[in-house]
Design a protein around this ligand. Structure first.
Ligand SMILES: Cc1ncc(C[n+]2csc(CCOP(=O)(O)OP(=O)(O)O)c2C)c(N)n1
Ligand SMILES: [Mg+2]
Length: 803
């Protein structure tokens, strides 16, 4: 084992030091788990999920993990994080308490429950650190197997960096593509589709991924016999094993308590992945859970006596200790002394973490009590009541911010002395103002590269330009300009490569830019997004294509859980500026003309959602997004690829600003707000209405998230005093959001003379064929009549009813 690691001979003393050091990390980690559980059971922390029973394999993984490498794992990996030097016991406890300061809890400043790990990829200003000089962990999420899709992209980035020339930004992310992406997952979570989807895709792509399965035979209370065919994940994945004739995986199986074997297995795995870019699966079995799954419940309920006894015997640290004694690395007495010393150190770290967490809050409590005493002294009618609250507050030994605010806000309601009221209301608003960002900041990028930094650049046209170019050619020529301009940009999706996407918006691009940058992939939407997230986390500029908007549902979970929460859950310490390209709205039948925009915008807050009306606007969004550091979904109009548009002269340069609406037609009677394919029908109806003397103002939202940042829609309503929102989502879908934004955020209700209305599609899925569309989605006639009816209510004699 040790000989393989370095060519220089290692003395027994060196070897001993290394093993002892590992042992200390394992014991430290275990002590954290044991004490962590107590902190929850005594009420100081809310919930705990720990890494006990999985310590030893993580030491082995950490030994082969190099600078530049990335982990994508789950909540059991605290020992690994400690072994790579990215988690101290003090930080561990700060996380458990929910310390809302990154200085203390670098994992999420208390936003995530413990056991969700991360390293910081970004500087304070949001710019990239040199990731080749540090050990990296992508930020964990709780949905089991949710770490898998991004793992694929993290591994693929190495392949791109090794094989694609000319990426100028490479230096901070890769040294010749030598980096491994290390995945970890629990045995039970391998039942998830995301696991199998990722495993297959990594085998196809041949990327440097080392996937560890921590197998403790259980998923909470459910035994492997209910989880995995043959109760053995490496057994059933055997078909992925590579041989002389075909690519595939290298598969290892190793016992989780066998330190020596683990170290050598991980070294072999790393060599294969790093040098040959072959994915590796390591099935680590015979692991345990000394304290059960988490602090909720105990495993004695579902493990029998025999299993519990076996878990005691085969506790990985116990086995490591026996091995160390057997080969004379240390005596039982020496190890007992180490154990005792580490126990003390962890206890000390816990105390320090607690004091750092609680003392500032106790200080706040004191300040509030002093203020309340002052208010009580001044009060004429409510002294007793205020004193009662003060004594309630004074007995709280470990105060929560909530407890202080509850009391302060209750007292505010009955204070009768004006000066006291001002003092207390100031205290409350200041306290909320300081505290709220600790829980709500960084939904989006805060950097100066965020979407609001984009300046509008209009498309330029020759003097006599006519609308004579197919929309899809606008996209194609624009992508061409972008791939030249950004060597780190790449696109992948179903049918994207060889045929240049199903609508030929990428025609000829693969020939020009190669199979790695313009790539066909399998039918696997979730991992298409995962590829994008992982590669974006490593500095590339991926564009992940989902063939049709209706199939975004397969990907929406990972967009929602992973991509949309990334900035938020890392408090701005990681970013994945992934562009997701798809096409939707009207075409044919249930699964090629959906527009479930309400579902989408509500599921993916944190990702921008752009709905361009034509391909020039869409291209302008791509051009803008590549200048920003934020993720976005761009939905092209499925029925717009053959529509003619003017040919811009400045491909790759013109930019559609993000969050800004566009007024397409000015009018004075009513404001019509819409987006995407339906907008063309709105324009048609507006022209027909004009013939009857109804002058509509037509506004293209363009960007559902962010929504009308300049509040231009209310300016229009101030003029027209009427509003109709039209889209082709279900009733109360995106149109409800649009209405909420306009009425509540923009206060448009004060300008309205008619009831604000929405016109959406039917609640059912869109039926097939032209008539199916006509009877499922708003038509130009529906829009015309809806507006006309609103005007009939205003002036029946001028606009007599139609029916
Ligand atoms: C998608 C999803 N479903 C259910 C859960 C609840 N849950 C959390 S951990 C867990 C069991 C996971 O078992 P395993 O993968 O074997 O990991 P272990 O905890 O045993 O290490 C479950 C069901 C979840 N977090 N995510
Ligand atoms: Mg398990």
């Amino acid at each position: 084992m040790i000989k393989e690691k370095s060519n220089t001979t290692l003395t027994f003393e060196d070897f001993k030091t290394e093993v002892l050091n590992d042992y200390k990390i394992a014991v430290t980690s275990r002590e954290c788990s044991l004490l962590g559980r107590k902190e929850v059971l005594t009420g100081k922390a809310k919930f705990g999920i720990f890494g006990d029973g999985k310590e030893v394999p993580q030491l082995a993984m950490a030994k082969s993990f190099k600078n530049g490498d990335f982990r994508s794992g789950y909540y059991r990996d605290q020992t690994f994080m400690m072994a790579i030097g990215e988690l101290t016991p003090k930080q561990f406890f700060a996380g458990l308490y929910g310390h809302t300061d990154l200085e203390y809890d670098p994992m999420s400043a208390g936003r995530q429950m413990g056991g969700h790990f991360v390293t910081h990829s970004l500087n304070e200003d949001g710019s990239w650190k040199d990731l080749t000089k540090q050990k990296n962990s992508s930020a964990d999420i709780s949905p089991t197997a949710g770490q898998m899709p991004r793992l694929l992209g993290l591994a693929q980035a190495s392949k791109i960096y090794r094989n694609v020339d000319g990426i100028k930004t490479k230096d901070k992310f890769s040294v010749n593509g030598n980096e491994i992406a290390w995945g970890t997952i629990g045995n039970a979570s391998t039942s998830e589709g995301l696991f199998f989807e990722t495993i297959n895709a990594a085998g196809v792509l041949q990327v440097p991924m080392v996937m560890s399965v921590w197998d403790d035979e259980y998923g909470i209370s459910v035994h492997a016999r209910h989880q995995t065919t043959k109760e053995n994940i490496s057994e059933i994945l055997k078909g992925y094993q590579r041989d002389e004739d075909s690519n595939g995986y290298e598969i290892f199986r190793v016992k989780g308590w066998d330190y020596a074997e683990l170290v050598s297995t991980y070294e072999r795995a790393a060599a294969v992945a790093r040098e040959q870019h072959v994915p590796v699966l390591i099935h680590v079995n015979e692991l345990t859970q000394p304290q059960g799954h988490s602090t909720s419940g105990s495993h004695e309920r579902y493990k029998n006596a025999e299993r519990l006894a076996w878990e005691k015997d085969f506790d990985c640290i116990r086995q490591m200790r026996l091995w160390m004694i057997a080969i004379n690395i240390a005596s039982p007495e020496e190890l007992a002394e180490i154990d005792a010393q580490l126990k003390k150190e962890v206890l000390e770290a816990k105390k320090e973490a607690w004091n750092s967490f609680i003392n500032p809050i106790i200080e706040d409590q004191k300040n509030l009590m002093a203020l309340l005493e002052q208010i009580s002294a001044a009060s004429i009618n409510h002294k007793d009541k205020i004193q009662k609250y003060i004594s309630e507050l004074s007995v709280i030994k470990s105060p929560l911010k909530k407890e202080m605010l509850v009391i302060a806000r209750k007292i505010l309601r009955f204070i009768e002395i004006p000066n006291s009221k001002v003092l207390l209301s100031n205290w409350i608003t200041n306290y909320i103002e300081i505290t709220q960002p600790r829980f709500s900041s960084h939904l989006h990028s805060d950097s100066d590269q965020n979407v609001f930094s984009v300046e509008k650049v209009l498309p330029e046209y020759s003097d006599n330009a006519k609308a004579d170019l197919d929309g899809r050619m606008i996209l194609r020529d624009n992508f061409d300009a972008l791939f030249t301009k950004y060597p780190e940009a790449l696109i992948f999706g179903e049918d994207v490569g060889n045929i240049g996407d199903v609508n030929q918006g990428l025609e000829g691009m693969q020939e020009k830019y190669g199979e790695l940058r313009v790539a066909d992939v399998g039918i696997r939407e979730a991992t298409i997004i995962g590829q994008g997230i992982g590669m974006a986390l490593r500095g590339l500029r991926p564009i992940a294509e989902i063939q049709y908007l209706d199939y975004l549902l397969y990907a929406i979970q990972i967009m929602s859980d992973d991509l949309a929460t990334l900035q938020y859950r890392t408090v701005g310490k990681q970013k994945a500026p992934l562009i997701i390209r798809t096409r939707g709205h009207r075409l044919e039948g249930i699964w090629h003309s959906g527009s479930p925009m309400g579902m989408i915008i509500n599921a993916i807050r944190g990702i921008h959602v752009l709905v361009p009306r034509n391909m020039t606007q869409a291209a302008g969004f791509y051009n803008a997004l590549l200048e920003t550091d934020e993720p976005a979904l761009v939905i092209e109009c499925l029925n717009g690829y053959r529509l003619k548009e003017k040919t811009p002269l400045n491909f790759g340069e013109f930019k559609t600003p993000i969050g800004v609406v566009e007024t397409l037609k000015e009018g004075s009677d009513i404001t019509l707000v819409s987006y995407g394919s339906t907008l063309r029908l709105v324009e048609q109806a507006a022209n027909e209405l004009l013939e009857l003397g109804i002058d509509c103002e037509v506004i293209d939202i363009q960007s559902l998230l962010p929504f009308d940042i300049n509040k231009d829609i209310v300016k229009s309503i101030a003029k027209t005093n009427r509003l109709l929102v039209i889209d082709e989502d279900v009733p109360g879908g995106a149109s409800a959001f649009i209405l909420q934004q306009i009425l509540e955020e923009q206060d448009a209700y004060i300008h309205l003379d008619s009831k604000p209305q929405t016109l959406a599609a039917k609640a059912h899925r869109p039926a097939y064929g032209t008539d199916g569309d006509y009877f499922s989605k708003p038509s130009a006639e529906d829009i015309f009549e809806k507006v006309y009816t609103m005007m009939n209510e205003v002036n029946p004699s001028k606009f007599p009813s139609l029916y």
